[in-house]
Design a protein around this ligand. Structure first.
Ligand SMILES: [Zn+2]
Length: 434
């Protein structure tokens, strides 16, 4: 297996939640020489400085200041999202029914619910704990199979074949945690936190949590010649990984004239409207401070910088499904393994236009990478990305691209091993000034 594919699989497996993805990204950035800034600190930096900042544990922005001031060199931005559709615990999740202990869950984003059935699931996220008069938020990962949403036996639903599977998320998606003597979730959390070395005095120390289910099966490579990646959360950790890797690589070399920026947002799957999401102030705040923190700032620096800037929004794209090819626009059939997809929507569900697509196309040609094109059928609604949302927030011209995949939003998704390296190469060329 190529090293980059192996590294992507490791990144996904270490990132069961957006918070873990951000923590893993932070580790990798620190190893590449980036230092963390607090949003409450005064920012002050010069040419070549490598910094990153985290908002609300689920969003991260990293930048390498250019060799000229941001006002004179502008930004080259890469963006993706850290969240994926999943099932999340309700605040009082303990449910007892018919001798079982279950956990009440809420669906997050556009979950393909049936794909969560009969998987060996675990639980991860973050917990707020009271410690010596202070509230502290810590990451937690149970990292073992402990939950399952069992299918109903076909003998008890004979007409399943004709009627199809209809799941009510309230009634049919409640995972089984154990038999009725299973301790309540707060007790399990306190025990697990102690096992992770976090001092928790009692159940009352567990104040609150953001906990989500994930599949415990490791990511892997499948296909007769290893053509495919089989993994959870490829949408959009594959793009997050590609951007991170391209940024780490380009920062090994000299700084460019422009300032390199990578931004990873939480909450894309639920519309991005949150304090840390793409519709919030995160990117505008970071860009403003990169400009004003550069040697005390320059007159009209932010607007000058934005006018010189460009952004690539990277999110996974729909490959043509061999069993449902009629769902795709004729002449626009992206295939797994055949390179990055440029996404277009005249109604601005994607931010791409002739100018930004032209630049990305030229970039791919210079890196000897073939491109593909996606546009929705006119009688099907189009998905969206952080692209148009961030573009509207900061007024930067943007292109929407991504690698092709199948099973999008499934508990276990599918993409191409051959697509991993070319995307990283193209994003690397963009950060070098191509
Ligand atoms: Zn996505």
């Amino acid at each position: 297996m190529p090293d980059l594919v192996q590294d992507l699989l490791a990144f996904i497996d270490r990132s069961p939640t957006p918070y873990h993805a951000v923590a893993e990204a932070a580790l990798r950035l620190e190893a590449a020489g980036f230092t963390r800034l607090g949003e409450g600190e005064l920012w002050d930096h010069g040419p070549g400085a490598c910094r990153y900042v985290i908002r609300n544990d689920g969003s991260l922005a990293a930048f390498q200041v250019g060799s000229t001031s941001p006002a004179q060199g502008g930004f080259r931005i890469l963006g993706a999202h850290t969240d994926s559709p999943n099932l999340r615990l309700k605040p009082e999740p303990d449910v007892s029914a018919h001798g079982y202990r279950q956990l009440a869950v809420e669906t997050y984003g556009g979950v393909l619910l049936h794909t969560w059935l009969d998987r060996d699931l675990s639980l991860a996220g973050r917990v707020s704990v009271a410690q010596e008069g202070r509230v502290r938020t810590v990451l937690i990962d149970f990292a073992r199979a402990m939950l399952r949403i069992p299918n109903l036996a076909i003998h008890l639903e004979r007409e399943l074949g004709e009627k199809g599977l209809k799941l009510n998320p309230q009634k049919h998606a409640v995972p089984v945690l154990g038999l009725e003597d299973t301790p309540p979730i707060r007790e399990l959390l306190a025990t697990e936190l102690r096992a992770q070395g976090i001092s928790v005095s009692g159940l009352e120390s567990v104040l609150s949590f953001d906990l989500m289910l994930y599949d415990t099966q490791s990511s892997g490579v499948i296909g007769s010649r290893g053509e495919f990646i089989s993994a959870p959360r490829l949408d959009n950790l594959a793009s997050t990984h590609a951007i991170l890797t391209a940024l780490q690589r380009s920062c090994l070399g000299p700084a460019a004239a422009f300032t390199r920026v990578a931004v990873f947002y939480d909450h894309e799957e639920v519309g991005s409207r949150s304090a840390a999401g793409a519709a919030g102030t995160f990117l505008p705040d970071v860009l403003e401070r990169v400009v004003s923190g550069y040697k005390g700032g320059e007159p009209q620096g932010l607007v000058r910088a934005l006018a010189l800037s460009q952004m690539v929004s990277v999110d996974m794209a729909h490959a043509v499904h061999p069993n449902y090819s009629e769902k795709h626009e004729p002449g626009h059939h992206p295939v797994v393994g055949k390179g990055p997809v440029i996404k277009v929507n005249a109604n601005q569900a994607y931010a791409t236009d002739a100018e930004t697509a032209g630049h990305f196309e030229a970039l791919c040609r210079s890196a000897d990478v073939a491109t593909q094109h996606f546009v929705s059928r006119s009688d099907l609604a189009c998905g969206s990305t952080i692209g148009p949302i961030s573009a509207a927030r900061v007024g930067i011209r943007t292109v929407d691209v991504g690698n092709p995949m199948l099973s999008m939003h499934s508990c276990r998704e599918m993409a191409g091993t051959e697509d991993v390296e070319p995307m990283i190469d193209v994003l690397g060329a963009y950060l070098k000034g191509g």
